[in-house]
Design a protein around this ligand. Structure first.
Ligand code: ASP
Length: 305
């Protein structure tokens, strides 16, 4: 395989399509991952990432993003960042310096301004109305209602791996809350000598198990990506159910330097995958006894994001 790319949820499809062309033209995994994530961050129809994301309890949209380079192991991340549509670009910028790789809140905002990121309004009329409706008619939010991270992993023609995430996090979250997405080892990880991984789902659950790093360790110990991702989620979910009686949603994707992928989930989960021999295609992963099954999407899968 010359190159490969995978992204979480159906929303990653258009961006993966553009990024695939770049990988075919021998552009870097970094370029490809950023292209794929920008597409989702800009799209007003996706309400969990970037522009038109869903706000916190105070009606403010704050975004989290993480970026890791598998060659250098450089990491950059931002948490609770405001007014920047492309949070992933600020995370990448943070990865380029020796210190200050992880910035949150006001510090992240100031860093973004100083580095020339435009001050933008992320709230669309649609998300504002959605927020007002929630305020007027407060109801407990279901654990999987109003969030989803775009996570993208790419392997370029030089076998270089990148992992990246971007999200507006949980709808109606407490101000200052960050999820797994900007936490290295939880929401994302990349190491060219092993593989790369990223997560989506309820961050509070994912961070308990440092699940992106857990998958990498399993691959390091010799598991193939699909076994690693699928067993990681199944075992962790089982443990949480035993400990506290339930487990919140967790989905993980991973990839090795051969472009082979693995997917583990405890919910119905869509993802997009492409390589130099296969056009971008949306697949559905579902939990099964002790693991995860994967199949191509069908017309009956309209219920899934
Ligand atoms: N993991 C993200 C968070 O907890 C949300 C998601 O991926 O659905 O903020």
């Amino acid at each position: 395989m010359k190159w490969a790319i995978i992204g979480t949820w159906k929303m990653s499809y258009q961006g993966i399509l553009k990024a695939s062309q770049q990988l075919e033209q021998n552009l870097s995994a970094s370029d490809a991952v950023l292209t794929a994530i920008h597409d989702v961050e800009e799209n007003p129809n996706f309400h969990s990432v970037g522009y038109s994301g869903l706000p916190n309890k105070e009606g403010i949209i704050t975004c989290d993003a993480g970026y890791m380079d598998g060659t250098t192991l450089q990491v950059g991340a931002v948490g609770a960042l405001e007014h920047v549509i492309h949070a992933i670009d600020v995370a990448k910028k943070c990865s380029e310096t020796r210190f200050n790789n992880v910035l949150v809140g006001q510090g992240a905002n100031i860093f973004a301004q100083k580095n020339g990121f435009a001050n933008e309004n992320l709230m669309s009329e649609e998300t504002y109305q959605y927020y007002l409706k929630q305020l007027q008619n407060p109801k407990p939010l279901a654990a999987y209602n109003g969030h989803d991270t775009v996570g993208v992993l790419a392997c370029d023609q030089k076998k270089h791996l990148i992992a990246a995430t971007s999200t507006s996090g949980l709808f109606m979250k407490e101000p200052g809350r960050i999820g797994d997405s900007p936490l290295v080892g939880c929401g994302f990880y990349a190491d060219d000598t092993i593989g790369c991984a990223c997560a989506t789902g309820v961050g509070e659950e994912i961070m308990r198990g440092c699940l992106s790093y857990d998958v990498i360790i399993r691959m390091k110990q010799g598991q193939d990506p699909q076994t690693a991702a699928s067993q990681c989620v199944a075992e962790f979910s089982k443990r949480m159910i035993k400990q506290k009686g339930y487990v919140d949603a967790i989905s993980l994707i991973c990839m090795n330097q051969e472009g082979e992928i693995g997917v583990g989930t405890n919910v119905k989960f869509a993802f997009t995958y492409a390589n130099d021999q296969h056009m971008p295609t949306i697949y559905i992963a579902e939990p099964k006894e002790n693991g995860t099954s994967v199949r191509a999407i069908t017309d009956s899968d309209i219920d899934i994001d």
